[in-house]
Design a protein around this ligand. Structure first.
Ligand code: ADP
Length: 465
């Protein structure tokens, strides 16, 4: 512990904080039983911490007179008020008894005081006049008798007893102080840890807020730029189409090839921009789904029909299989067709001539959502009825270590096949988010050279969220 902290803690410590009250009470009681001397312990601010005494006969007698009661409480108040800053004080009582008030010191600081008494000093033989005059009714004989019953002690003995009690208190204080410091240190370190954690949490929150703000700005920027690019791009594509169609005169072979390149790049750019806008909307949760009941068969056949001309051109066969027992789905048909179309386009892109692309549907189950209720519960929870729509190809396949990555935006498997086929790297990222927005899952199963199967699992119409 650093020394500054130690002295700081000692400064704020009070007798009642340091000392174990029960131990203090027991020590005073054992002194009382040994020497029959009443003991009271006060903290610096006058709080009574321990009080062991018997009512003395003389006090009882004095208290039978109202003037005696007044004098008695005045004396008790005086004793309480006395400040033994210069060392022990012996204070006489009008009954002839005496009190000894001793400071409690610890590490040079006064933490309180203890009072021993009343006792009768051994040298006192007579009943003092101050007791006899307290009330005209005081009977000297009864007073002498009562005073005689009080413990009679020599001053040196009282000094020895109080010195001894002082040392015992010192020991109690020492062990109490150690425990107090340990607790204080513990509390201080817990407080410090808490403060540091709160600070860190605040910094993290700030960083998080900043990132969110940056993300919002990025999204806005992206949305604006994409929007602004789309309009001129549509003109570029439109005009290159017109040029290619010979609207402003026929083109020679080289000119036609140039226009074709402009058109191709324009299409690519448009796909990229449309993808970016889609991603942006999905990330911001701005995509609203217009769900309606759909037959899986209709979805698959529609997508297969759309891709068929390109497949025929490439020499790849396309088929769609849907058993009768497949229940309807509650989906946004435009969005789900967008997902399937992307999967089928990829399948066609990565499948060489002579290969096949197969679309299929079947009944299945979706894992129950993890409600954080523990692994065991999730394992036992029944799956929700669902429909799987799969796109299987016999193409180049995807190495297993790439499976998770291909669903990230702009990720493309690094290989000549991908580069050769172009693409934006946004299709699967968008598809994944769209399927999740429907409460479903999109997964892949593939190995290099063995084709790829993408599975879209969506809740059945009745189980759809
Ligand atoms: P894009 O096809 O525009 O590059 P996607 O997000 O649709 O972007 O796909 C990401 C990457 O995943 C592709 O570039 C390709 O490397 C890989 N991939 C997707 N589908 C297939 C598939 N059927 N066969 C082989 N690789 C695929």
């Amino acid at each position: 512990m650093n020394p500054a902290m130690s002295s700081e803690l000692a400064d704020v410590a009070r007798l009642e904080d340091i000392v174990d009250r029960q131990a203090l009470g027991e020590v005073c009681l054992s002194f009382f039983e040994l020497f029959a001397l009443p003991i009271r312990v006060f903290s610096t601010d006058g709080t009574l911490l321990t009080d062991v005494h018997d009512e003395q006969a003389v006090c009882r007698y004095v208290n039978t007179f109202s003037s005696g009661r007044t004098a008695c409480s005045g004396l008790v108040a005086d004793v309480r008020r006395l400040d033994p800053s210069e060392g022990p004080i012996d204070h006489p009582c009008f009954t002839g008894a005496s009190y000894r008030i001793v400071p409690i010191l610890y590490q040079g600081r006064r933490l309180g005081r203890f009072v021993v008494g009343p006792y009768v000093p051994a040298e006192r033989r007579e009943v003092p006049r101050s007791l006899l005059v307290i009330d005209p009714g005081v009977d000297p004989e009864t007073a002498r008798d009562a005073l005689g019953q009080m413990p009679r002690v020599r001053l040196e003995t009282v000094e020895r007893i109080t010195a001894h009690l002082g040392k015992v208190l010192d020991l109690i204080l020492f062990s109490g102080h150690r425990a107090f410091l340990t607790t204080e240190m513990h509390v201080a370190s817990v407080r410090e840890n808490y403060r540091a954690l709160t600070e860190k949490a605040a910094r993290l929150q700030d960083a998080y807020d900043q990132l969110r703000e940056l993300d919002r700005l990025k999204s806005n920027f992206l949305a604006t730029v994409s929007h602004e690019l789309r309009t001129p791009l549509t003109s570029i594509i439109g005009y290159s189409d017109m040029l290619a169609a010979g609207v402003v005169g026929s083109l020679n072979e080289e000119q036609a090839a140039f226009v074709e390149t402009i058109r191709g790049r324009g299409d690519h750019l448009l796909a990229l921009i449309t993808g970016l806008l889609d991603m942006n909307k999905l990330e911001q949760g701005k995509v609203s789904l217009a769900r309606q009941p759909m037959q899986a068969r209709d979805l698959l056949e529609d997508v297969a029909r759309t891709i068929l001309p390109s497949a025929i051109k490439k020499g790849v066969t396309v088929s769609a299989v849907c058993p009768d027992d497949v229940p309807p789905l509650l989906v946004d048909p435009v969005r789900i067709k967008q997902v399937l179309f992307n999967l089928v386009e990829n399948a066609l892109k990565f499948t060489p001539k002579g290969g096949s692309v197969r679309l299929a549907a079947r009944r299945t189950e979706l894992d129950a959502p993890d409600d954080g209720g523990g692994m065991g519960l999730v394992l036992m929870a029944p799956g929700r009825p669902a429909v799987e729509l799969s796109v299987q190809d016999s193409g180049v396949g995807i190495p297993p270590h790439e499976h998770a990555k291909i669903f990230s935006a702009f990720y493309q498997v690094d290989g000549s096949a991908t580069r050769e086929h172009g693409g934006t790297g946004l299709g699967l990222a968008i598809a994944h988010r769209l399927v999740e927005a429907h409460g479903g899952t999109l997964t892949v199963e593939s190995a290099p050279g063995e084709g790829a199967t993408f599975r879209v699992v969506l809740p059945e119409q009745d189980g759809a969220a």
